[in-house]
Design a protein. Structure first.
Length: 172
């Protein structure tokens, strides 16, 4: 039985570091992928507006979006109830995506989430502090205290990272 040793030249081309292109190798593939995802998003938005406690046919949804007459019940439901809900969902999803990308970029960790840095714990602590010390009892108060706690922890983490990067001693 003989054993052969492999060298770096035996590695297939697709695994060499210089020839790796990533998930979408070319600009054309990325453009096509982006267009397909935008089309899927548009269909999801239409279904989000059409589905609810009263199902509205897609033809009626499209008619309501083109020329609305709020005297018609379905048009009123689309414009005053479902469209704001859908647009809010899109805005929240985009905000979460951006915040996730930012936290991954700041930590230089593709698996990072707010729990790793203690942002969730800081938000929960400030809500508990607001209830215990300041007597906050409204949802709006909870949200603002949670936002403040998350902000304090994030800024504190960033200042610690900055201080450690300029320090001459080891800072862990």
């Amino acid at each position: 039985m003989t054993t052969t040793m492999t060298t770096g030249t035996d590695v297939p081309t697709r695994f060499r570091s210089g020839s790796r292109r990533g998930v979408a190798g070319t600009t054309a593939r990325r453009s096509v992928g982006l267009l397909v995802l935008l089309a899927v998003l548009a269909v999801a938005v239409l279904f989000s507006v059409a589905v609810g406690s009263k199902d509205i046919p897609l033809s009626t949804v499209l008619e309501a979006l083109r020329n609305s007459d709020l005297a018609i019940d379905e048009h009123f439901i689309v414009w005053e109830m479902r469209l704001p809900r859908t647009l809010t969902g899109l805005a929240v999803g985009a905000g979460l995506a951006v915040s996730g990308a930012l936290i991954q970029a700041l930590t230089r960790n593709p698996l990072a989430d707010p729990g790793i840095l203690g942002v969730n714990a800081g938000a929960a602590f400030f809500v508990a502090l607001g209830v215990a010390v300041f007597g906050v009892s409204s949802i709006t108060g909870y949200v603002w205290f949670a936002f403040l706690g998350a902000l304090v922890v994030t800024v504190g983490w960033r200042l610690k990272r900055w201080r450690c990067s300029t320090a001459t001693w080891s800072c862990s």
